[in-house]
Design a protein around this ligand. Structure first.
Ligand code: ADA
Length: 634
């Protein structure tokens, strides 16, 4: 009897019993049940990082060995400003009596007192600079609009909640300084994401923030691409951006990989910002893949000015052969999950131990990929690099109508967000695609806008697939512009109360999906979201009715299975990993307590039945694939 009909099969019953036991039992049970992912496979990679971690606690490796850095995490003075009068009242010069002291990185909406607060809030802290010099302050993520003052002087402002921004302040003196930041987490029709998006706009300085002293000539950033490689060697293409307050100087540039020098050369600086590029050869490269996620550490240094930066990179290639996605020349299918940076205790400011735990849960599920609606935390991506999880990253342009897409300011924000995402994440081997947005409902009408976005995206990075995500089976001429068709699909609907698990309705949604392949027979198709269905954790019903764990489990499993079984579909990502808090505007729209409850684990990461169904499906598929590979290699 197939899993999809009749009484609950034994394995599901066992899964329910497991679910009803404690979280610690879950850990044991899943390892015992699926010995093919023993802890030893996961642990060494994840443990190695904690020994070499970044002192600023934002990455899994240190990014410099020469710059003196000052950690700005900790308690900051905090005051809300519901009438937006702080700027005219000059809070930046004279901070009012704080309402509380708030831990940064943090989301104010994770605190009971500010649970619902949407508006402006002000933060202040003092910090010490160890020497005179040029100061660079880096904010990794502030949601959503921010303005920053140092010692009462405006440094600048930033819009966009998911990507870093920096300020450079020459001539700062040794001693105590005062930083004031105003943050506004209100979204509107022209923000990115827009108001009413299906996740919570947690306000705050919610990712790492630190200050560092940089020399006159310093490295803004650098990327390492691996355009070609073989077993014997890999060509590395290095591009760097060097900032200089004294132009026309020659600079020695050195490049090493895993401590071995591969390049040394002189470069002329041509202005405040100079782009440098050179190529080197890496002998005997080890490749990166989910099975063996080998990472290289690269250091770029400017010995004349005593500056350096580290990045990590991997040698791997993603290509498409007709509709098949190839990773290092071998067919690759996604068995993944959609992840939000969200937790009931922390909001969007996921602390390292929660990030690490989410990665471990994904690995236990048998996942090899993750998708996010926006640039996720940098440490999350570092873990994906280490754990071999392939990442699908997106601009938070979520469900914009064609009239919203037509607004030039919105298009500009999409481009800026895309550029900032690519600049930040270029080096992660785990990232295989950049998505321009999600489910634009009338995207057929926006052909010209989409074309300009795709053209722009291709100028920034030609080493990743470019795509955008459609809802259901909407495809059209604009889909012809992109490298892969990404579509959100469920075999059984959730929002339509009448379809439920009716097999006839299931056939209809499959037919819609098949049409995509007929329209684009030569393009890979990914189910960027599959099987979304809400369930109330702990509510079981043998009849698979809506809101039951059984309904969710069936929808998730059947949709995922369909995606894995078609040779023209490259698998997909379950909607979604954990239950997440939705936008305030969605409180009553079919949401439990205002949360999107389609998580296969609950908000505190306890597995639901759907988690076990997916775990079984992913492991079955892996085992089958493993067997097929053994047979073809004989
Ligand atoms: C869409 C959307 C998700 C989420 C989901 C849902 O697929 O992309 O962000 O809103 O619907 O839960 O309805």
């Amino acid at each position: 009897m197939s899993r999809s009909r009749g009484l609950l099969p034994l394995s599901s019953a066992a899964a329910i019993i497991l679910f009803l036991t404690s979280a610690s039992l879950f850990a044991q049970a899943s390892y015992e049940q699926f010995p093919q992912i023993p802890p030893s496979v996961l642990a060494p990679a994840l443990q190695a990082s904690s020994d070499t971690g970044d002192p600023m606690n934002s990455r899994l490796f240190r990014t410099t060995s020469l710059r003196p850095q000052v950690q700005l995490a900790g308690f900051w003075d905090f005051v809300t400003d519901p009438k937006s009068e702080g700027e005219s009242a000059k809070y930046f010069a004279s901070f009012p009596k704080p309402e509380t002291r708030m831990w940064i990185p943090g989301s104010w909406n994770a605190y009971a007192r500010y649970w619902h607060y949407q508006g402006v809030a002000w933060f202040q802290r003092a910090f010490e600079i160890p020497a005179n010099g040029q100061l660079r302050i880096r904010f990794a993520g502030v949601f959503y609009r921010s303005k920053v003052w140092l010692d009462g002087k405006l440094l600048g402002e930033h819009e966009g909640g998911y990507t870093p921004f920096t300020f450079l302040i020459p001539g700062v003196t040794k001693g105590t300084h005062r930083l004031v930041v105003s943050v506004d987490n209100r979204l509107d029709e022209e923000s990115l994401p827009k108001k009413g998006v299906d996740w919570f706009p947690y306000g705050g300085i919610y990712r790492s923030v630190y200050a560092e002293l940089v020399p006159d000539v310093f490295i803004e950033g650098f990327s390492v691409k691996t355009p070609e490689f073989s077993e014997t060697q890999a060509a590395l293409e290095i591009q760097a951006l060097v900032h200089s307050s004294s132009p026309q100087k020659d600079q020695r540039v050195e490049f090493e990989v895993d401590g071995k020098s591969l390049y040394s050369g002189k470069h002329r600086l041509t202005g405040t910002e100079t782009k440098l590029a050179f190529r080197v050869v890496l002998p005997g490269p080890k490749t990166w893949s989910p099975e063996s996620a080998y990472l290289y550490s690269a250091r770029l240094s400017l010995p004349d000015s005593a500056d350096d930066q580290y990045v990590r990179f991997g040698v791997r290639s993603f290509k498409a052969d007709k509709y098949t996605i190839l990773l290092n020349g071998r067919p690759f299918k996604f068995m993944g999950a959609n992840h939000h940076d969200d937790h009931p205790d922390w909001g969007s400011a996921l602390p390292p131990h929660i990030i690490r735990q989410d990665i471990e849960i994904l690995k236990r599920m048998g996942a090899n990929g993750v998708r996010s609606h926006y640039p996720t935390d940098e440490m999350f991506l570092d873990y994906c690099d280490e754990a071999g999880l392939v990442f699908f990253e997106e601009v938070p342009a979520w469900q914009y109508s064609s009239s919203q897409m037509a607004v030039p300011a919105v298009q500009e924000k999409m481009k800026t967000q895309f550029r900032e995402m690519v600049e930040r994440d270029m080096n992660h081997p785990s990232i295989f695609a950049w998505s321009l947005g999600n489910e634009w409902p009338e995207f057929r009408k926006s052909y010209d806008v989409i074309k300009s976005l795709v053209d722009y995206a291709k100028t920034l990075d030609n080493s990743r697939f470019i795509t955008f995500v459609t809802g259901g089976a909407q495809t059209g001429p604009a889909s012809g512009l992109i490298d892969i068709i990404s579509t959100n699909w469920a075999q059984y609907q959730w929002y339509d109360p009448f379809t439920c698990l009716d097999p006839a309705e299931g056939e209809k949604s499959i037919a819609i999906l098949n049409k995509i392949h007929e329209q684009f027979p030569d393009k890979p198709v990914i189910l960027t979201e599959f099987g979304g269905a809400e369930s109330q954790a702990g509510w079981h019903n043998w009849g698979n009715v809506k809101w039951s764990e059984e309904y969710q489990s069936r929808n998730v499993r059947d949709s995922g299975k369909f995606g894995l079984e078609q040779d023209w579909i490259s698998g997909g990502f379950v909607w979604q990993f954990s239950e997440t808090r939705s936008a305030p505007e969605r409180f009553l729209s079919g949401r439990l307590r205002g949360w999107n409850s389609k998580g296969v684990v609950d908000p505190y990461r306890s597995p639901k039945l759907a988690f076990y169904s997916l775990q079984e499906l992913f492991h079955e598929y892996q085992a089958k694939r493993g067997k097929a590979q053994v047979m073809t290699s004989k």
